[in-house]
Design a protein around this ligand. Structure first.
Ligand code: ATP
Ligand code: MG
Length: 630
């Protein structure tokens, strides 16, 4: 089931959740969006409510912090924790971060910033097989890029869970000592059967009654490497009849003869994720441990485990509290790591940082901004209900930020030559274009105009369609920031293809001159001088998938039909053009962002741009209403 989150789809926006009908198996998916995204103030939400209540009650006020992760006695010897709350972002370094992680980063770091707290960056690298240094570096980069930090003069909260293995083993041994864990020697199959089902209670393992001494001996020998993988496993002793299957004596430590990237061959036992995570939180004094909804059923175990360890005086109270929110699902996007890997490995995209990928490295290359992600995260808010967020909400956030910050420039993406017949050959004069219409303080730049210009092919029609306001024989338009010109005809090649347009200009009509107001024209065309502009590679990116739910069902599908998300790849997700750019763009440096008037927001590619020869990626188009408004 690919889109099970749509079962009870709720659109959550700035904390206000609005029920929408569930639309699984109902053909094309309708998307829901807020009425008025730009006016919403940062709203409160259920997580903030919990934090507010905790702070009001002084719940965490007596916690002590030694300045480093550690067990309760170490923390107790420290000062009162100056951080009012502690959150964490705990990625597994086994892939590149995607848009969903951005939401989690903005949430966790944002809350810590807002509440005078701290957010830790913790690599959850307890699994020996999968993690790689390359991912650690890229995650560090991505969190920084989004504008967050875990470090200042006082604290540096960058941690690796694999540094905690000694403490984790101590916790496991404590559970054994208190009769709360046992070593099981059943096979994996026997244990699976013994676990029971949703409707049937599990069966006690025959190993459940081993003595504490025997359990301790076996666990020590597991650590010493006496047994092969899978021969024994350490289980929590809770309740095989619990309605929550996660409480039916879950596995907590397994034998794995594997080399770990951090601890090498020191260990041949490794903790299970559900055991390690609560302990990592407690060691780091985390107050609010925010995770996605699929961990909701694990919360009883999270609490059980930390309670047992606090009873054994391993951790101070109050213990961290797990809070779940719904993960980000975006229309037109896949966020599953497995699918992202497939896109890269099967070369449907050019690597993890392909500008079409929903990874943060991809987004950065595409020209998306950290501010845009933060704005987006604030707008989608947090909720407890699964929802599908419309991709345009992300695009709008990016647009809004770039509209404020990006300087305006002129680029002709589909060039057609315009010849001003009455303009002297070899002459040049400057026209002055504002760098930002809303920010006069950013000044103007000179755009040289000459006898021959490039205009967009679509800006001329030999026989105009109804309502067409641009160039056609006999019509007058303004060359943006320049003169009014009147079209006199065009040249064609042997195939009838239009190769040049002719016009004459009205010398007293120059923008900014007193005569400019004498002419009222409806069309306003952008242009680049043939003699002064330069050609550049420009990539016009569009969505990677052409349907809102890639791989999702469509109307009329047979009930058993499974679609492949790759079938929904958009064949036109990138179009390469040789554009003509105004002269000042030659100086653009990697990652400079601009609005190309009428075309959208573009960024100079951070890897392919050379000095004096930038290559541009389209980040996002202008709003349709603006794009058609000429
Ligand atoms: P996997 O579990 O398949 O390895 P993951 O996406 O959960 O992938 P993690 O590295 O475990 O990767 O995630 C780090 C943090 O990011 C977790 O706290 C997780 O809850 C959060 N996160 C991951 N995906 C999303 C998402 N789509 N929306 C919000 N938060 C997410
Ligand atoms: Mg995960």
């Amino acid at each position: 089931m690919l889109f099970k989150f749509l079962d009870s789809a709720v659109f959550a926006y700035s904390g206000a959740a609005v029920k929408i009908p569930h639309f699984r198996n109902q053909g094309p998916r309708r998307e829901q969006r807020p009425e008025n995204p730009s006016t919403a103030a940062p709203a409160t939400n259920f997580i903030r409510n919990i934090i507010d209540a905790d702070l009001a009650a002084g719940k965490h006020a007596q916690r002590r912090w030694s300045g480093q992760p550690g067990l309760g006695d170490q923390q107790q010897a420290g000062d009162l924790d100056a951080a009012r709350i502690r959150t964490r972002f705990p990625p597994e370094p086994n892939g590149y971060l995607h848009f969903g992680h951005a939401k989690s980063i903005c949430l966790n770091f944002g809350l810590a910033n807002d509440y005078g707290g701290r957010c830790h960056l913790r690599f959850d690298d307890t699994n020996p097989e999968k993690e790689e240094k390359e991912y650690v570096d890229s995650i560090i980069d991505a969190v920084h890029w989004l504008g967050f930090s875990w470090q200042d003069d006082v604290e540096n909260n960058l941690y690796f869970a694999s540094d905690y293995f000694d403490w984790m083993v101590a916790c496991a041994e404590s559970l054994i000592q208190t009769g709360n864990a046992y070593v099981d020697s059943q096979s994996a199959d026997e244990m699976r059967i013994g676990r029971g089902t949703l409707t049937q209670a599990g069966l006690d393992s025959p190993c459940r009654h081993r003595s504490i001494e025997e359990n301790m001996d076996l666990f020590r020998r597991m650590q010493a490497g006496e047994f092969p993988d899978g021969a024994y496993i350490l289980r929590a002793k809770i309740d095989m009849a619990s309605p929550n299957i996660n409480l039916r004596d879950p596995a907590i430590y397994r034998i794995r003869h594997a080399t770990h990237h951090n601890t090498g061959d020191k260990w041949c036992v490794y903790p299970m994720y559900t055991f390690a995570h609560p302990i990592e939180d407690a060691l780091e004094n985390i107050t609010h441990s925010i995770c996605t909804l699929e961990f909701e059923d694990q919360r009883p175990f999270y609490d059980w485990l930390l309670e047992r360890l606090a009873e054994a005086n391993l951790f101070q109270r109050p213990l961290p509290q797990q809070i779940e929110f719904s993960r980000l699902n975006l229309s037109y996007v896949v966020l599953s790591k497995r699918k992202l890997i497939q896109l890269v490995e099967e070369k449907h995209v050019n690597g993890w940082d392909d500008p079409r990928m929903p990874t943060l490295v991809g987004a950065r290359r595409r020209g998306y901004t950290p501010e845009g992600f933060r704005l987006f995260a604030e707008r989608v808010g947090v909720s407890k209900s699964d929802s599908l967020i419309e991709y345009t909400l992300l695009e709008e956030a990016m647009r809004e930020v770039m509209n404020e910050t990006a300087e305006r420039r002129i680029a002709v993406l589909d060039p057609l030559k315009l010849i001003i017949d009455n303009y002297p050959e070899g002459q040049r004069e400057d026209c002055f274009a504002p760098n930002h219409p809303l920010k006069p303080e950013l000044g103007k730049r000179a755009m040289p105009l000459g006898r021959e210009l490039w205009i967009e092919r679509e800006d001329f029609m030999e026989v105009p369609s109804k309502g067409y306001r641009r160039l056609y024989p006999g019509n007058r338009v303004r060359l943006r920031y320049g003169f009014v010109v009147e079209c006199s005809g065009c040249d064609k090649d042997a195939n009838g293809e239009i190769i040049a347009v002719h016009c004459h200009y009205l010398p007293d009509s120059k923008s900014g001159s007193p005569g400019a107001d004498n002419y009222k024209v409806k069309g306003n065309l952008h242009w680049v001088s043939v003699a002064h502009g330069h050609q550049a590679d420009v990539r016009l990116y569009d969505r990677l998938f052409s349907t809102p739910a890639p791989g999702g069902r469509r109307e009329g599908d047979a009930p058993d039909l499974e679609r492949d998300f790759l079938d929904d790849l958009n064949p036109d997700s990138v179009v390469l053009v040789k554009a003509w750019l105004e002269p000042s763009l030659r100086l653009a440096r990697a990652e400079d962002r601009f609005q190309f008037e009428r075309h959208g927001y573009f960024v100079a590619d951070r890897f392919d741009s050379k000095d004096g020869a930038p290559v541009f990626n389209r980040s996002v188009t202008l709003k349709d209403s603006l794009a058609k408004n000429t």
